[in-house]
Structure formats: structure tokens, C-alpha cells
Design a protein around this ligand. Structure first.
Ligand code: ATR
Length: 278
């Protein structure tokens, strides 16, 4: 029998996960299917009961269920527990195990394009813009990867204070303060929804003062090149697109389900073409 996976979310019709995991199944020579399940909040419990009976091999869980899923799990990975959110569930011998591959996936995608960032990173300074679930995941994964100074900037400054860990050095700034001192950072990561389709002209702050050759990254991937990234490139930064994160977090999920490691790098260009509608 083939493998059976799905992603649960609402809305979910534009999810790229079925395409990505279809490619992984092909690459690994495994038989299987991966489907989307559009599940509104009030139907989550019922849907999960159904999936348990079907003995699904694993599933992804996305907005708006990443926090609520936790109470239905038998075990929770420490990183997912720290983040308070799960994006991957693995079925093993009748039990459900929850993980979060978002932050790790993001770091791996950044590392594969800019390995120099992860050499002597104790001397480097990073700034995360935003303080939602995505920012939290990236903050902890970046900390695990060895960064010792990770600052946070958010429209609502109080939310950024809530993410702050005592294990590293973190200063919290307003967006305006961050914009003014952007030149001190080697890595700047934009995690807010500003600039996401259809609000493509928005950006949380101007990257004009960015350090020359700093890496500026945006996790928004619709459009691929946000207004923020275009301005960062024009100011002399090296840029990193958001769709890499999508591929690498999916590769970590696939490995958790099947034990098969996948190098998703060959899919970067085809995914880019898909996102551009080519
Ligand atoms: P996610 O879990 O995807 O990160 P979220 O928890 O809704 O989403 O967080 C969204 C983030 O985008 C927040 O940091 C939010 O800022 P606030 O905390 O002040 O709400 C930020 N955000 C959303 N729209 C924004 C905009 N137009 N300009 C600046 N920041 C924005």
C-alpha cells in the first residue's frame, strides 16, 4: 500500500504542499498521495478523529490550526513545545507526534544559499522584523544555529518583548528605530505580512540604510520579489527569497514521515516558475 499524507488548513486551496510533496515522492521512488483538506476551526476535532481511523501516515497542519492541534497529540517535540505551534504530525504505532519544521526549514534554506552567514556567527548581528508565529519560529531556530545577537522589531513593540529569550542578547525596537540603525546588521529577516499579495506595495520599513553585502530575507513568497527585497537589492544587500523556506520545511516533514532525507534545491527554480505562473 502507498503512503497517505495531507495538509489541513483554512483556506487551503492555494497550498503548494501537494505539488512539493508529489515531487518528493517521485524523487524518493515512494508510492503515495498528498491531499489538501479544507477544515474550518469548528470541524477540526471531527476531522482528526476521521484521520486517526484512516491511519494516515502523517500530515501538515497550517493556519489557523497550528496551536489548537497540540491538544490532540500524544507527544510533542521540545522545539514545537517551545514555539507553542506544530506544523507536522507523524503517526507511529497508533500515536501522533507533533513537530515544527518551519524555523529549521527557514535556516536550512538560508544556509544553503549563504553558508558564509553561518561561519563565526557569534560576531554577527541579526534583526527579525515582526513578532508573529513565523518570527518566533525563526528566532529560536536562529538561536539554535549559533547567533548570539538577535534583535526584534515590530509594529506592536510589546509582542516582540514576549518572544525574547534570556539565553541570548536581544534588543527590541519599533519599526522606525530599526530602520534608522539597519546598518549594524549582517542579516535582516522580514516576517510580517506587509508586502504580501494583494498589498504588494507595502513594506514594514525602508531597507535603504542596510549594510553593504548584508543578507536581507523576506519570508513572503507571493510575490517572489517583494517591494522590501527589491529596495534592499538596490541598496547593495544580498537577498534571499521566501519560497526556499517552503521547500526546506516540507523536506524536513517528509524526512520525519519516511526517514528519507531530501535535497530540495533542484526544486527551487521550478517552484519559482510556478509562483510566477510560467
Ligand atoms: P504569522 O503567524 O504568520 O507570523 P501573525 O501572528 O498574524 O502571523 O503576525 C503577523 C506579523 O505581521 C505581526 O508582527 C504584525 O505586527 P503586529 O504585531 O503589530 O500586528 C505584522 N504585520 C502585519 N501587517 C503589517 C503591516 N502592514 N505593517 C507592519 N507589520 C505588519
Amino acid at each position: 500500500m502507498g503512503l497517505f499524507f495531507c495538509v489541513i488548513g483554512h483556506p487551503i486551496e492555494h497550498s503548494l504542499s501537494p505539488w512539493i510533496h508529489g515531487q518528493f515522492l517521485n524523487m524518493s521512488g515512494k508510492q503515495g498521495i498528498y491531499r489538501t483538506l479544507d477544515v474550518p476551526e469548528k470541524e477540526l476535532g471531527q476531522t482528526l478523529q476521521f484521520l486517526k481511523k484512516l491511519e494516515i501516515d502523517g500530515f501538515n497542519i497550517t493556519v489557523p490550526h497550528k496551536e489548537r492541534i497540540i491538544k490532540y497529540l500524544d507527544e510533542l517535540d521540545p522545539l514545537a513545545e517551545q514555539m507553542g505551534a506544530v506544523n507536522t504530525v507523524v503517526h507511529k504505532e497508533g500515536k501522533w507526534f507533533g513537530y515544527n519544521t518551519d524555523g529549521k526549514g527557514y535556516i536550512r534554506s538560508l544556509q544553503s544559499e549563504y553558508p558564509d552567514l553561518f561561519v563565526d556567527q557569534t560576531d554577527k548581528k541579526a534583526l527579525i522584523i515582526g513578532a508573529g508565529g513565523a518570527a518566533r519560529g525563526i528566532y529560536f531556530a536562529l538561536m539554535d544555529s549559533g547567533f548570539k545577537q538577535i534583535d526584534l522589531a515590530n509594529r506592536t513593540v510589546e509582542r516582540a518583548h514576549q518572544i525574547k529569550s534570556s539565553n541570548i542578547s536581544t534588543d527590541v525596537f519599533s519599526l522606525q528605530e530599526a530602520e534608522e540603525q539597519l546598518g549594524i546588521y549582517d542579516l535582516v529577516i522580514q516576517t510580517t505580512k506587509a508586502g504580501m499579495y494583494p498589498n504588494v506595495h507595502e513594506h514594514p520599513l525602508s531597507p535603504m540604510n542596510v549594510k553593504h553585502r548584508a543578507v536581507v530575507s523576506d519570508i513572503v513568497y507571493r510575490p517572489i520579489e517583494t517591494t522590501f527585497l527589491a529596495a534592499a537589492r538596490a541598496s547593495g544587500a544580498r537577498i534571499h527569497f521566501g519560497h526556499g523556506m517552503l521547500l526546506y520545511q516540507a523536506a524536513f516533514s517528509f524526512e520525519l514521515w519516511t526517514g528519507i532525507p531530501i535535497d530540495p534545491a533542484p526544486l527551487l527554480t521550478p517552484l519559482e516558475q510556478k509562483l510566477k505562473g510560467e
